[in-house]
Design a protein around this ligand. Sequence first.
Ligand SMILES: Cc1ncc(COP(=O)(O)O)c(C=O)c1O
Length: 381
Amino acid sequence: MSFETASEADLIEQYPTLGRETWLNHAAISPWPRVVIEALERFVADNASHGPRGYRDWLKVENELRDGLAALLGHVDSDEIALVENTSAGLNLVAGGLDWRAGDRVVIPSGEFPSNRLPWIALRSKGIDVVEIDLPREDPETALTAALTDRTRVLSVSAVRYDDGTRLDLERLGRACRRHGTLLCVDAIQQVGAFPLDPVGAGVDFLACGAHKWLLCPEGIGFFWARADAMEQLQTSRQGWRSCPKPFDFDKADWQPAAGARRFEIGTLNMAGIHALNASVTLILDTGPDRIARALGERVDHLYRSLKAIDGVEIGTPADPRRRAGIISFSHARRASTEILRRLAGEGVHAAVRGSHLRLSPHFYTPMEALDRTIELIADL
Ligand SMILES: Cc1ncc(COP(=O)(O)O)c(C=O)c1O
């Protein structure tokens, strides 16, 4: 079924919360599409009738998921992907895994979401120089690359900012990092599932992503990708039965890390989450990441233009569509964002407040009519 031409009833069938709620908060947590709900229902039914007898089939789903995620990241090697709980877990693998030397430098943007701030800030106690760079609206990449020195081990950024939705030019950052011998680490949770991300092409070394936002999945599962040779620079401080080359050989005498990113998966994984994420990644691949990006871009552009035309509204998100992803943030001269949030929620429209701004985040399947109704509500304030 094509979401562009689907009837309202078909769309509601595929995305069940449509029709009851207007969910403009995918940048926080997303509702689950039908395919995810059904995958979870099948997993529950399977277990209810046979218990974990189908474990071998579940492992096949796990491998299918790795392949799907690899395809989603521009066909990276699936051995470079570890399934982890969330974005924070992935970023901590980098901050906790490099062999830090006193005087090393880390560069992050100011005002990052805590997941991409706290693991780095904690390194200050080891004598690491962690600098936070204010990002100018017009050219954030120049500000970041100007802060790189030959002592900079890591530049860690959110591909898309959680508050105002600014999308960074990762390729430019990747090129500058290469010049300084700096590793580029990306918190990708606000981009993957919304806009394509090709970490190899962009020169990214590490990428962490949770699945409960643009990947339309329940909370508690995500993934960590590391470029093969960058992965070798990470020490694995945590070990377990799964992080070995032969996880089911329980009697082995010596422990070696697995050759690929499985070395970071120390124990039993979130199998329900794996089933759910496999379904949503399949949905995204079948729908087409480029088509999703185009549809989402149209929706965000529509919001941008319509909100800009409302007297008193000031947009916080960049005007250039290449600098935007799935988020539009704005403030209103005569109404507090918290008041707008409450009023919208009273009409079944769900958004978020971040800082002083209201944040709207539709997804590719959000009907344009729902956006128009939201804009009318804001215009009538
Ligand atoms: C940029 C960014 N990073 C990370 C997170 C969340 O991280 P985690 O997946 O660890 O919950 C969020 C939102 O909650 C976010 O917006």
